[in-house]
Design a binder for this molecule. Structure first.
Ligand SMILES: Cc1ncc(COP(=O)(O)O)c(C=O)c1O
Length: 306
């Protein structure tokens, strides 16, 4: 392998036997996106947004990649910045956890702090202001409106799932953040000759503790979001996601993040219904990241406590 960037994708699919024991006639598989080198599903989108921009000249060696994320996308930009020789600056509220600052800085990323009172919106506004003032200095990937985000899942995640269980899959379940995963993967799966039902998992409430997921009803709808790409939305409560994340660690040895807990919760509920009504089926769901990413910074007490 010439570069760590080549290690993105081809993630394993693991059957959940114990957690899905109430649906014994249905196969439930988790696609382990934490196996990507940056530890999350966001490696796919970040790498494609960066390599495409390098190919067509939107990103050059004298430009700085700038964005406003302290989460998985920030880690992915930082990793591939180091791998591809691209300077990266991330804007984050100054009160994000030390762990989140350290992980991106480890790769050489520079952090620009925004007003903690303005939260993540303040970081977005500051990044946009900086780009507007010096457009030639920066490459701003903007994962919420960049078509290479869903395309990474169309060509990667969706195609891989069809290779792995294409002859059997009946349902696909993924969380909705920027919507890149659900939109891109569903578009690919819907090209299959058999119908595959694609389900987007959303937090049940506007105020939630499912990091990485978006409650669309109370948020700015991402430009790449395409409701016609998938078949159904499945609301999951924060506690259901957090409890399932605990269960997965203990019963399946999968220590995953809370959005993964929410996605697997929905997948197992769908499997239970299939078991009752049809005595069969095959549900594939996405595990976006690992649980240790949330050790230091987060507590859920009906709101984030940083
Ligand atoms: C932990 C986690 N889960 C789920 C998602 C949602 O993925 P997408 O942005 O492709 O909708 C993200 C994306 O930021 C994430 O970080």
């Amino acid at each position: 392998m010439a570069s760590i960037a080549e290690a993105v994708g081809q993630t394993p699919l693991v059957r959940l036997e114990r957690a899905a024991r109430e649906a014994p006639s249905v196969e439930v598989y988790a696609k382990l996106e934490f196996a990507n080198p940056g530890g999350s599903v966001k490696d796919r989108a970040a790498l494609r947004m960066m390599t495409r921009a390098l190919e067509d000249g939107r990103l050059t060696s004298d430009k700085i990649l700038i964005d406003s994320t302290s989460g998985n996308t920030g880690v992915a930009y930082s990793l591939f910045g180091a791998a591809l020789g691209v300077r990266v600056q991330l804007v984050m509220p100054s009160n994000v956890s030390k762990a989140r600052k350290d992980i991106t800085r480890a790769f050489g990323t520079e952090i620009i702090f925004s007003d903690p009172m303005e939260g993540s919106d303040g970081a977005i506004h500051l990044a946009r202001d900086l780009v507007a003032k010096s457009p030639d200095k920066y490459f701003y990937p903007d994962q919420y409106s960049n078509p290479d985000n869903p395309l990474a899942h169309y060509h990667g995640t969706g195609a891989e799932i069809l290779d792995q269980v294409g002859d059997r899959i009946t349902h696909f379940v993924a969380g909705l953040g920027t919507s890149g995963t659900i939109v891109g993967t569903s578009r690919r799966l819907h090209e299959h000759s058999r119908p595959i039902r694609c389900v987007a998992v959303e937090p049940a409430d506007a105020l939630h503790g499912l990091e990485g997921l978006k409650h669309l009803g109370s948020s700015l709808v991402p430009q790449i979001h395409d409701r016609s790409a998938y078949d159904e939305t499945y609301p999951v409560a924060t506690e259901q996601g957090w409890d399932m994340a605990d269960t997965l660690a203990r019963e399946e040895a999968l220590h995953v993040g809370h959005s993964a807990g929410a996605v697997v919760f929905a997948a197992i509920e769908i499997a239970k219904k299939l078991h009752k009504e049809q005595q069969g089926g095959c549900v594939v769901c996405i595990v976006p990241d690992r649980g240790d990413r949330y050790f230091a910074p987060m507590k859920w007490e009906k709101r984030y406590v940083w």
